[in-house]
Design a binder for this molecule. Structure first.
Ligand SMILES: [Zn+2]
Length: 133
């Protein structure tokens, strides 16, 4: 892994209290609930949901292009890696702890802090498969 990272501020809320939690967070952190949140879904079996597990997820992180240093070009050519954008995306692996007994539709939120990139808020929605595999 090129970066050290950690996921913190993990919060769980269930759909019935979601609105209250979002209002509280707006008040305390002054952040809009839907601003710049990356959303992802994880699908769990009933067994996984009841016993809890760690799910590896890949979060796309926008960083300064390493090839051109954010200029978008190398000498006179547009940068081939970022196509002139000066930014590149890389997938950042995170191990997400899912607490046992999590409910279908629950959301796990955390903030990912990566050097050389702005912090990213991630919301992972839990879907529990009805079929037992
Ligand atoms: Zn570049």
């Amino acid at each position: 892994m090129p970066y050290e990272c950690f996921a913190d501020e993990v919060a769980i809320d269930f759909p019935s209290v979601g609105r209250v939690v979002e209002r509280m967070r707006d008040r305390f952190l002054g952040e809009r609930a839907d601003a710049d949140v990356l959303r992802a879904d994880v699908s769990l079996s009933k067994h996984e949901a009841s016993s809890g597990l760690v799910v590896p997820i890949a979060v796309p992180v926008r960083t300064t292009c390493a090839r051109c240093g954010g200029r978008g070009e190398t000498w006179t050519e547009p940068c081939a890696d970022c196509l002139g954008a000066g930014e590149s995306w890389r997938h950042h692996s995170v191990r997400l702890s899912v607490p046992r007994g999590i409910a279908d539709g629950a959301r796990l939120r955390f903030r990912l802090r990566v050097p050389d990139a702005s912090s990213i808020r991630v919301e992972v929605r839990v879907a529990i498969r009805s079929a037992t595999v």
